[in-house]
Design a protein around this ligand. Structure first.
Ligand SMILES: Nc1nc2c(ncn2[C@@H]2O[C@H](COP(=O)(O)OP(=O)(O)OP(=O)(O)O)[C@@H](O)[C@H]2O)c(=O)[nH]1
Ligand SMILES: [Mg+2]
Length: 335
């Protein structure tokens, strides 16, 4: 499984080298030895290979993209390609992965993104970030769907389903806490680390199948990235902080932006009203109050207007474990 992507910009002048990584900052400019070894390794591999580049540089608008080279440096299983002799893009795989399984998709993606898109300049950090995210998502999905499904286990996979769960919602509603709860059973009240990049966790739901939960960053500046992560989702899970009604309007707007995206017609939607533990109830008629609150929320968010898909709303509390198991069950019911 691919676990990181990096990009070195400015290979011609190492004093001026910039490094970008996704999702983890595992290499930085201070790692001079590693950086040098990767660059040298790539150049050496290229000479040994004596292969032509994928697209030769006849057209000025086209990047020259080298065939990828497999390297093993400092315990990293790396696959690098070079663009216009100056930029190195590297994939870091787990030890027992075979980078050559990814040869075609890696080449295709570079070609598609750089030479078939709307032009690429490598000038802005945001642009480079987006390139790395796009590649990471596509390669990861390819890994999940093609590489990991060797013929012997294909049958097993058909029985043991694999689903992509797209978990989104504005910041601080509890998405990452929920995923961590599913994964480890733990909850930490003092956890205040906003998600910055896509957090992908695999959760085995007993006999029902494997869920790949894509936990999106919810802060405003990251919301434009949701669309990049959405593709091929089997279910949308939208989380709301039920105790913070001041942000309902903002949350409603963000949800509907995604629901109005036609590509997603038919994909079921589960809405989680999280942090139910903070909602204040009077002692009597707890059930009725909960039911009333549910109706208010459904009304406020216009869930009744959700068309072309099945949807459900449930209250959860990651903190007290309220309905966490039920959430997983409901995901499978809706799928
Ligand atoms: N009381 C209570 N607090 C919760 C619950 N779930 C999460 N929290 C707290 O809410 C805060 C935000 O949680 P996160 O899981 O980081 O929120 P997030 O939605 O992933 O936020 P972004 O990554 O920025 O989008 C943390 O302090 C959690 O401890 C809950 O069910 N009840
Ligand atoms: Mg988060």
């Amino acid at each position: 499984m691919l676990h990181n992507i990096f990009l070195f910009k400015g290979k011609k002048d190492l004093e001026d080298l910039n490094i970008y990584c996704y999702p983890k900052e595992i290499i930085n400019v201070n790692n001079k030895l590693l950086v040098n070894n990767i660059i040298k390794g790539h150049d050496q591999g290229k000479i040994n290979d004596r292969k032509e580049s994928l697209s030769s540089c006849k057209n000025l608008n086209h990047y020259k993209i080298d065939k990828p080279v497999a390297l093993y440096i400092n315990d990293y299983n790396i696959y690098t390609s070079c663009i216009d002799e100056d930029i190195i893009i590297g994939l870091i795989f787990e030890d027992d992965d075979n980078p050559y399984d990814y040869k075609e998709i890696f080449e295709e993606l570079l070609y598609e993104l750089l030479n078939n898109g709307n032009g690429y300049s490598f000038e802005e950090e945001m642009e480079i970030d987006n390139l790395l995210i796009s590649m990471f998502i596509d390669l990861r999905r390819y890994g999940d769907e093609v590489v990991e499904r060797t013929p012997e286990i294909e049958f097993y996979y058909q029985k043991e389903a694999f689903f992509k769960v797209f978990l989104f919602g504005i910041d601080e509603v509890g998405k990452t806490s929920f995923v961590r709860k599913l994964k480890t059973g733990e909850f930490n009240d003092n956890y205040f680390t906003p998600t910055r990049k896509f957090n992908i966790e695999y959760i085995q739901a007993e006999d029902k199948g494997l869920l790949a939960v894509w936990d999106m960053p919810g802060q405003k500046i990251f919301r434009s990235k949701w669309l990049k992560g959405l593709q091929d989702s089997n279910i949308l899970v939208y989380m709301i902080d039920i105790a913070n009604q001041r942000r309902f309007e903002e949350s409603k707007k963000e949800l509907w932006k995604i629901l109005n995206n036609n590509e997603l017609n038919g994909i079921p939607l589960l809405i989680l009203g999280n942090k139910s533990d903070i909602v204040k109830y009077s002692d009597e008629n707890y059930e009725t109050q909960l039911q009333n609150l549910k109706e208010e929320v459904i009304d406020y968010f216009d869930f009744e207007k959700v068309k072309n898909r099945n949807w459900k709303f449930i209250f959860t509390s990651v903190k007290t474990n309220h309905n966490i198991e039920k959430t997983v069950q409901t995901i499978f019911e809706l799928l």
